[in-house]
Design a binder for this molecule. Structure first.
Ligand SMILES: *Cc1c(COP(=O)(O)O)cnc(C)c1O
Length: 732
């Protein structure tokens, strides 16, 4: 109701020359359209910042006078008109897309249903914590661009993910905001049958809990978000959809019941009959139980029902770490589900628990969502070639009669959404030199090979330099306010304006703070590092960002160590930690750095995607050969730290990798970057930038990824024999 009132108010308030802005603000398409974000920003840059880049908020908060100024500005009117026209064309169902021929099995009546616990569509919708959410957001955007029929299901977290602030002593503090649905582009759904506000019901912990559902438009794709924050629910149940990855194990179990089970019930209410259910990570694995329950209720046996379910579910696993897979104590599962649900599956409690176990009947095992997903899905895939291998090893225990190579887990390597991540200046360069419609030809290696050769070195270097200057201006501004907020002395606050050097080799490092990401590897030999940083002729500077999980004290200590180190007077002007890493900070970093550093402990990086974003912007990857990088690195388009052989966790390993890291910096990166010709261009470096663009963009963009999912996973063969054999018949 409130949303409609807002819309009415806006309908009156928006002058006719800018009326397209109302329509555009309701669909995140603007966020990746050329000139989309800039059109909203220019309506009122200050309110835009205050609204955290949210157009709904902007249109509500902008002053009438400012609105009328812009509504009578012919240049602005024309930009709004053009954006609106492109949006209309994009949304026209007649517009030709890849999917019509590329994935004929999928239709709007039988789409892909994509389930995920987090979605990183845009900074203004804080429903993501990191890589998994970003990947899901990019998946939706590419599905939209390709015209792939897909609906997505997730949760609306009222407090989102935590915001990060560092204390003066470097310790991370967390705080949570509260979203304001009235100012977001989210709409409450009505029940198509009754016209009343839609409700989904699910019994959890012995109580009936009701959910409303919101719709977010991501281009042609609809994202549905379940929400338990209703007055008719008990207080504790209203908090179920409170925080992303907040709370305890019970909260997690309950959230996953909502995502999986209530998620299926929501699709039923909306009359959507998916061709395939995609479990993006195990969080949504309970959906397979709900699909089975529906069939059992129609009179099928559990085994018949499970077989049918398996034919329609596919699973993507994202973690190579055994401990990273969600699992619950049997007593907790029983408490959350209650006996009624088990009975509705015609299973005994032990049979039910077996579904989440590796070994049937092993009472010491927890209930794991990955074993459940492996048993109930016709395909499982990892997110890079390497991760596929690692996952086959990790889960071979589920397939005791098969060799590791025979374990039916394949891979689809992650990719990123180019229009979201490539800087506007570089997009223009690609339009001019690669192809006017390069976004339609992202996956064609030949187009990039020929196109990149056409880009003049000077142009690429100039555009890159501008993006770097923008990043540095942003860093200085952030530093300034962070110091001010911490109550530092004014001299130190002012000095923030002088930090960083636009001409120095700039290395970015942004990722979750977790032990295996080895944040402190770079600090292994501080003297050697200081020499690099403080070299008078050829300095190196570092930009860091990333959050530690609130309950991970070890990670917070790692972060504190780095935060204190960067205050050292010897490095303070050449290193910065940007607080509260999010999509917007990521965008600025990947568009502006020269080099992207990644040093995970092998083989624990499933894929990683931030380096792919950097490559699209001409940045060079400087990484351990893990995740996506073994597929991308060819010796000419970046650097590999250490080699492929070493694996595992040991001090020697860390020392060897650190040695390789320093040696490469000293002997290769620094010399190549500072080697200039008469016109000041580092030809060799720019040559590598071009190699990175031409070899990595066609391979690691999310259009390629979604096409591969469409061909290989969504519409592929039904079920492998090995997966069939896995299905432990119950009741035998
Ligand atoms: C891309 C991205 C990630 C994922 O990066 P990794 O390479 O997997 O570490 C995480 N957070 C944000 C905000 C991102 O944009």
């Amino acid at each position: 109701m409130r949303i409609e009132q807002v819309e009415n108010k806006l309908g009156h308030a928006l002058p006719e020359t800018l009326s397209a802005l109302g329509r555009l603000s309701w669909n995140y398409w603007w966020s990746w359209a050329a000139d989309g974000a800039a059109v909203f920003r220019d309506l009122d840059p200050q309110v835009w910042e205050e609204c955290e880049l949210n157009p709904r908020c902007l249109l509500l908060d902008v002053s009438e006078y400012r609105l009328m100024q812009m509504a009578t500005d012919p240049v602005y009117i024309e930009r709004v008109r053009s954006l609106g026209e492109r949006f209309t064309r994009y949304m026209n169902p007649q517009t030709k897309t890849w999917a019509r021929e590329g994935a004929p099995g999928l239709t709007h009546d039988n789409p892909v249903a994509y389930f995920c616990a987090e979605f990183g569509v845009h900074t203004s919708l804080p429903l993501y914590s990191g890589g998994l959410g970003m990947l899901a957001g990019d998946h939706l955007k590419s599905a939209s661009d390709l015209g792939l029929p897909l609906v997505a299901v997730g949760l609306l977290y009222h407090h989102g993910y935590f915001r990060q602030r560092l204390r003066r002593d470097g310790w991370q503090e967390e705080h949570y905001g509260t979203i304001n649905p009235a100012k977001l582009p989210i709409q409450l759904l009505n029940d198509p049958e009754t016209g009343q506000p839609l409700r989904v019901e699910l019994e959890i912990r012995g109580r009936l809990v009701r959910f409303q559902a919101w719709q977010v438009l991501v281009g042609r794709v609809k994202l549905y978000l379940l929400d338990s924050n209703l007055e008719e629910n008990e207080h504790i149940d209203r908090l179920i959809t409170g925080h992303l990855y907040g709370g305890d194990r019970e909260t997690r179990c309950v959230q996953e019941m909502v995502l999986g089970i209530a998620g299926v019930r929501l699709l039923r209410k909306l009359g959507i009959e998916p061709h395939v259910f995609h479990l993006n990570e195990g969080h949504s694995a309970f959906l397979t139980l709900e699909l089975t329950r529906e069939l059992v209720a129609q009179g099928k046996t559990f085994n018949e029902a499970a077989k049918e379910v398996r034919a329609r579910c596919v699973f993507t696993t994202h973690t190579p770490v055994a401990a990273g897979h969600d699992e619950f104590l049997p007593s907790l599962v029983e408490h959350c589900f209650g006996r009624g649900y088990t009975e509705s599956l015609t299973l005994t409690h032990e049979q039910f628990l077996d579904l989440g176990r590796v070994q049937t009947g092993d009472e010491d095992e927890l209930f794991g969502l990955t074993p459940l997903a492996l048993k109930m899905c016709r395909t499982t895939n990892g997110v890079s070639r390497k991760h596929g291998e690692v996952s086959r090893e990790l889960w071979q225990k589920m397939f005791p009669t098969l060799s590791v190579d025979e374990v039916p887990i394949t891979h689809v390597t992650n990719g990123v959404h180019a229009p979201t991540w490539v800087s506007p200046l570089l997009r223009r360069l690609y339009e001019d030199h690669v192809a006017p419609d390069w976004e339609e030809h992202e996956c064609e290696a030949e187009v990039w090979r020929r196109g990149v050769a056409n880009i003049p070195d000077e142009e690429l270097w100039r555009v890159h330099g501008l993006m770097k200057q923008k990043l540095i201006a942003f860093i200085r501004e952030r530093q300034y306010f962070a110091r001010l907020q911490r109550g530092e002395g004014m001299e130190f606050v002012e000095a923030a304006r002088e930090t960083f050097d636009p001409d120095a080799l700039t290395i970015g490092f942004a990722r979750r703070v977790a032990a295996y990401k080895r944040w402190s590897l770079i600090l292994t030999d501080p003297d050697r590092l200081l020499k690099l940083i403080n070299d008078a002729e050829r300095p190196v500077q570092f930009v860091f960002a990333g959050k530690a999980h609130p309950q991970d004290q070890g990670a917070k200590q790692i972060l504190q160590q780095l935060a204190l180190w960067k205050l050292d007077p010897q490095v303070v002007n050449r290193t910065v930690f940007l607080q509260d890493y999010d999509q917007e900070i990521a965008r600025k970093m990947v568009q502006g750095v020269d080099v992207w550093l990644n040093v995970p402990r092998r083989p624990l990086e499933a894929s990683g995607t931030s380096g792919e974003k950097v490559a699209m912007n001409g940045g060079l990857n400087f990484s351990i050969l893990d995740g996506w990088w073994p597929e991308g690195y060819d010796g000419t388009n970046g650097w590999a730290i250490a080699d492929m052989h070493a694996e595992g966790e040991s001090h020697e390993e860390d020392m060897r990798d650190a040695e390789s890291l320093y040696a490469l910096l000293e002997e290769q990166l620094v010399p190549a970057y500072y080697e200039r010709d008469a016109s000041g261009i580092p030809r060799r470096w720019v040559g590598m930038m071009k190699r990175a663009i031409e070899t990595l963009v066609p391979q690691f963009n999310s259009d390629r990824m979604v096409q591969e999912y469409a061909r290989k996973i969504y519409t592929g063969a039904v079920a492998s024999e090995a997966t069939e054999a896995l299905h432990v018949p119950v009741g035998a």
